[in-house]
Ligand binder design. Sequence first.
Ligand SMILES: [Zn+2]
Length: 118
Amino acid sequence: MNQWMFPDVEKITKQPTKAALDYQHRFTQPCLLTYSDNTITSIFEGTGIPPAQHPLERQFIMLRVPMTECGQCQSTEIEVIYARFDHPLEDPSPGEVVCAYEIFCHNCNYFTYRKYTP
Ligand SMILES: [Zn+2]
């Protein structure tokens, strides 16, 4: 159970990769469901929320996708500012389940975006 997935994509940047550039001002809440088609795709965005409080954290952990640490400095002083979960209801084909998230690190101020296809 400690065998975490490795991301297909990891981007460590000074600017957000997936979150809006103005995410700190655009949103008034830490984490909001900003897109949902009720079957496949959910996207959460906001000003930032600790991983343990994120609505997708439990599902991601069950898929062995960690929202753990900054990719730049390995700090756990992070907040999730974007998360996407694609999960077809019936028999997903390889690549159809997608977990992705972007975190902001309060220690080094870098953004880390990771995408997984469990
Ligand atoms: Zn960091």
